[in-house]
Design a protein around this ligand. Structure first.
Ligand SMILES: Cc1cc2nc3c(=O)[nH]c(=O)nc-3n(C[C@H](O)[C@H](O)[C@H](O)COP(=O)(O)OP(=O)(O)OC[C@H]3O[C@@H](n4cnc5c(N)ncnc54)[C@H](O)[C@@H]3O)c2cc1C
Length: 436
């Protein structure tokens, strides 16, 4: 069905179209959702407001559970070849080295990936995009969801692109549209939480300093944090500093603004007590961070996944991973329902399984961030005394390593006694991934 009407003095084409699923947003969450639906032969459209994929590195850590997801899609080799393993971790308190541990094998025999793996988000996205393109999927760029309504058997969405306005019907709509999600706003869902009263300065640059290039180095000072991430395959390292601010950042989601390499370098050297020289940056940014979540991850025929549903501090490199796991949880359920192999009630288990994971993550990242960001002298005294001793003794024993790794790797996440797990209506109904 096609109609032509005039909008803002210029002729626009308005087209009614119909698919099973409309995926809004082609960040990591939307790309993974698309790939999983494509493999199940589900019809969908994947739209993104931007004219191309992100160029910035953003998320660096890919957790073991996510590597297992990539393995189930035969993409693990491409991911592993593009990134690096973190060989070690050093902890400095007030500039003094307190801990130097090997993290290259975290003693978990039940995963092929018992280590911390780093690859920039832009490269991860590129691998997903290439895979989708190879399978004939077109990402509709510069195409923005403006609004949508829910009808009894479908959703009706209004899209805007340089070619005009389009109305599209889909049985389901998935909001993978990030922290400022239009889908979430349209659903009228609150994004509850608050901003951290901190400023994050970050750069991906060549770093010349006297400390190891291949280890994650964390520096804690009262009210100030510095982090150095190991050098990536392109020769660049990420440096990050966090400092307290007087004002609470405005808005309801993470926002970035300009800074200079000089400002990052000065802050980094103050936080680390080093004399590092940063050069040839690929990315320099200042941003604020919020921890927020919706109360429900689905409403009727609409679902929220990734940053659209939950955002938190970058502690533990969980953000992108959680979005990819949301996608993995939702895609097989929607596919099973669309094929008539499962009742619609199965879709309720998306919220009941994934929302608690998001809540735990918010609490976990908030506690750690508050602890590393503390300024109270008594708390700092206890923390600085106990942290190296406890971490060192845990890292000495395989059981201790496994205990630490289970929190960060996301391998401990399980959905028992969810009905979706016990019924086993799909090959992916279990907690971890098998090749499909
Ligand atoms: C500065 C910065 C640093 C970060 N560092 C880390 C880190 O170190 N570790 C970590 O784990 N995470 C980090 N993150 C978070 C990580 O980048 C996110 O968790 C991840 O990108 C979430 O993926 P997503 O696909 O859910 O959302 P996004 O990546 O935000 O993708 C959303 C997509 O939706 C599109 N979109 C939005 N609105 C519309 C609309 N109305 N119509 C169509 N398309 C739309 C956008 O163009 C975008 O492409 C960082 C984020 C930022 C901003």
């Amino acid at each position: 069905m096609m109609e032509v009407h005039v909008s803002r003095g210029r002729q626009r084409r308005s087209m009614m179209n119909s698919v099973d699923v409309l995926i809004v947003g082609a960040g990591p969450t939307g790309l993974m959702t698309a790939l999983l639906l494509q493999r199940q032969n589900i019809s969908f459209r994947l739209i993104d407001a931007l004219d191309g994929p992100v160029k910035e590195s953003r998320a660096l850590g890919i957790q073991a559970r996510t590597l297992e997801l990539f393995r189930s899609l035969d993409l693990d080799r491409k991911i592993l070849d593009a990134g690096i393993k973190s060989e070690g971790m050093q902890l400095y308190l007030r500039g003094e080295l307190k801990l130097d541990v090997d993290v290259s094998d975290m003693a978990r025999p039940d995963t092929p990936y018992p280590y911390f793996f780093l690859l920039s988000q832009s490269k991860t996205e590129r691998i997903l995009i290439k895979e989708l393109e190879g399978r004939g999927v077109r990402i509709e760029r510069q195409t923005r969801l403006v609004s949508f309504v829910q009808e009894t058997h479908a959703t009706a969405a209004r899209l805007e692109s340089p070619t005009g306005v389009e109305l599209i019907k889909s049985k389901y709509i998935i909001g993978c549209d990030g922290a400022h999600s239009c889908v979430r706003h349209q659903l009228g869902l609150e994004f509850k939480g608050e901003a951290y009263q901190n400023e994050f300065l970050m750069s991906d640059a060549h770093v010349d300093w006297s400390l190891p290039q291949n280890k994650l180095c964390v520096f804690l000072d009262p009210g100030r944090i510095g982090v150095y991430f190991p050098t990536m395959r392109n020769g660049l390292s990420r440096v990050l500093t966090v400092r307290r601010t007087q004002a609470v950042p405005e808005g309801d989601a993470t926002s970035a603004s300009a800074t200079t390499l000089e400002e990052v370098q000065t802050n980094f050297n103050e936080s680390t007590h080093q004399n590092a020289r940063l050069a040839e940056p690929e990315w320099v940014t200042r941003y604020s961070v919020h921890h927020r979540s919706v109360d429900q991850m689905s409403l009727g025929r609409a679902f929220l996944a990734g940053d659209a549903a939950h955002i938190h501090s970058p502690v533990g490199a969980q953000g992108m991973n959680t979005g990819l796991q949301d996608a993995a949880n939702l895609a097989w359920k929607i596919s099973a329902v669309l094929r008539g192999e499962a009742p619609e009630a199965l879709l309720d288990t998306y919220h009941s399984e994934r929302w608690p994971v998001g809540q735990k993550l918010l609490k976990f990242t908030d506690r750690i961030f508050t602890a590393v960001n503390a300024t109270h002298p008594l708390f700092l005294g206890v923390r600085d005394f106990l942290l190296p001793i406890v971490t060192r003794s845990l890292m000495k024993h395989p059981a201790g390593k496994r205990w630490i790794f289970r929190f960060i790797s996301q391998l401990a996440i399980h959905y028992h006694p969810s009905e979706a797990v016990t019924e086993r209506v799909s090959p992916n109904a279990d907690d971890r991934f098998r090749k499909t």
